[in-house]
Design a protein around this ligand. Structure first.
Ligand SMILES: Nc1ncnc2c1ncn2[C@@H]1O[C@H](COP(=O)(O)OP(=O)(O)OP(=O)(O)O)[C@@H](O)[C@H]1O
Length: 248
């Protein structure tokens, strides 16, 4: 199967600094791919390049065979902070992405799509609440519903759970896996937490420190849900990652 996203020898300079050497990796359709690497290595930048929020300078990036600019409508973002509009209810926040992307979608349809996704993330009873009345985890679930309501082929997630408490983070990781398995969408998930990557990913693309290159690509085919601290195969991968991180 052709990759849905392809980075070919992507080089990048920002503010006079070399951020990437030659970054090359592929993402398969329907895959849950984690981008892992040390702080500042350029993981979020990779999402910005895919999403056409930053121009490609050297090399090539394709999204479904097209340029990022041509494919921008096939992607949706979930950021570290939920970025909700405080004066809008959960429902109207979840519908907001559609309103921005395609204002011709009638209001009733926007809201029906938002409602369906809020139900999916377990917020069926909270649709009329304003963001201030929601917990951090609930606000992030509204942000996930807002992305899903766009019905994108690809979801780009930039450390979406890192600001949450450990229990909420664990719950949302499980929920994200469930949503991904039901939807068949491609997920590209940025994290600097190797345990999170081992828990979630089909494959982990490991970036080195700046200027970044792809230090390793690790297949994680162990069945889910995973027990990272007990499964011997995962423990071995964790040791590999620890060794890799001490070198990069
Ligand atoms: N617009 C910009 N101008 C100059 N430098 C930038 C710009 N955007 C990002 N950078 C630099 O590019 C590097 C990569 O940033 P990026 O946010 O992609 O890293 P990251 O791997 O996601 O980091 P973290 O895990 O800490 O969030 C950093 O050194 C950052 O300072």
């Amino acid at each position: 199967m052709d990759p849905i996203i392809r980075f070919s020898e992507v080089g990048l300079r920002l503010g006079g600094m070399r951020i990437y050497d030659e970054i090359t990796f592929d993402v398969a359709p329907g895959e849950f791919l984690c981008l892992l690497g040390p702080s500042g290595c350029g993981k979020s930048t990779a999402l910005r390049l895919m999403g056409d929020l930053l121009p490609v300078q050297d090399g090539q990036i394709t999204v479904g065979g097209k340029t990022p600019a041509e494919a921008a409508n096939r992607l949706a973002y979930v950021f570290q902070q939920p970025r909700l509009l405080p004066w809008r209810s959960a429902l109207h926040n979840a519908a907001f992405g559609i309103e921005m992307r395609d204002p011709s979608v009638p209001r009733a349809e926007r809201e029906a799509r938002a409602r369906a996704q809020l139900e999916r993330v377990g917020l069926g009873k909270d649709m009329d609440k304003m963001p201030l009345m929601l917990s951090g985890g609930e606000r992030q679930r509204v942000a996930i519903a807002r992305a899903l309501a766009l019905d994108p082929e690809i979801i780009l997630m930039d450390e979406p759970f890192s600001a949450l408490d450990p229990n909420t983070r664990t719950r949302l990781r499980d929920q994200m896996i469930e949503l991904w398995q039901q939807s068949g969408k491609t997920v590209i998930f940025v994290t600097h937490d190797m345990d999170e990557a081992l828990y979630l990913a089909d494959r982990i693309v490991v970036f080195s420190g700046k200027p970044a290159r792809v230090a390793s690509v690790i297949e994680v085919r162990e069945p889910r849900p995973r027990d990272i601290l007990r499964d011997p195969a995962l423990l071995e991968k964790r040791d590999d990652l620890l060794r890799l991180f001490s070198d990069i």
